[in-house]
Design a protein around this ligand. Structure first.
Ligand SMILES: Cc1cc2nc3c(=O)[nH]c(=O)nc-3n(C[C@H](O)[C@H](O)[C@H](O)COP(=O)(O)O)c2cc1C
Length: 231
């Protein structure tokens, strides 16, 4: 199984330790590729829209974005690990998600995303983590992923891993390992109802838009070339 990990912080702190515990359970027999943000994508989306109107290859940051996107496409398990900042995901994680909008179903999706499993690992001093998880999950759903699980860990006692009590670290480790155990064996992913419904709705939308276009936009051309709509 191929695993790609997007680390939403470069700090080797709690997020790093949590992600390492998760991966340690899966290292045997699997290939793991990791990206650290912002090092591996040090630029915000500038809003040029080259990706939408021309090609994602013409994104000014394609040299950073394309390797990440290709690894996401080629992996079976996608892991997103990020701390909660101001109740949401980190800006550097959001920056990657912004760069991937071109592959949302409303633009140019890739059918390979339907068969991925994804895990979102968050931690925060407190328990409110849904917003940060949703930031990532929303993008993944629109990218076509339907098998998404999230685990949020409330540190409660502080924000420095080695200062947390043995009991706290032990409890978190057990939860992380329990989640990781679900990914030890590759499993066939079934597309969920939500995933099918989103695709169906966007298909109708693209068909209606394509009818009015001459020449076809890059998005419509993609849908026609995939055989999903008529040209
Ligand atoms: C800028 C910043 C904002 C944060 N915002 C929150 C927050 O809104 N809620 C919360 O419970 N913890 C918050 N935290 C704590 C982090 O979610 C995280 O638990 C902490 O940074 C430890 O993880 P790390 O060692 O990987 O950085 C914040 C931390 C930072 C640095």
């Amino acid at each position: 199984m191929k695993i790609v990990v997007i680390n939403g912080t470069q700090v080797k702190g709690c997020t790093y330790r949590i992600k390492e515990i998760f991966l340690d359970a899966l290292r045997e027999g699997n290939t793991i590729k990791e990206y650290y943000l912002p090092k591996d994508l040090p630029h915000f989306c500038v809003g040029c829209k080259n990706c939408f109107f021309k090609s994602e290859e013409q994104c000014p940051h394609a040299e950073y974005v394309m390797p990440i996107w290709n690894d996401l496409l080629e992996s079976d398990l996608l892991v997103f690990a990020a701390p909660v900042y101001a109740l949401r995901t980190t800006a550097q994680m959001k920056t990657l998600l912004d760069h991937l909008c071109v592959h949302w179903m409303v633009h140019r999706p890739d059918e390979r995303m339907r068969y991925k499993r994804a895990v979102i690992l968050t931690n925060a001093i407190g328990m409110i983590q849904k917003g940060a998880q949703k930031d990532v999950a929303t993008s993944l759903r629109w990218l076509g992923v339907s098998d998404i699980k999230a685990l949020g860990l409330g540190l409660m006692e502080g924000v420095v891993w080695k200062e947390l009590s043995e009991k706290r670290r032990g409890a978190m480790t057990a939860k992380i390992q329990k989640l990781a155990s679900k990914y030890k064996k590759p499993r066939r992913v079934r597309r969920g109802i939500k995933n099918r419904a989103l695709f169906f709705m966007t298909k109708l939308l693209h068909q209606a838009i394509a009818k009015k276009e001459n020449p076809l936009s890059a998005d419509s051309r993609h849908w026609v070339d995939k055989g999903w709509i008529k040209g």
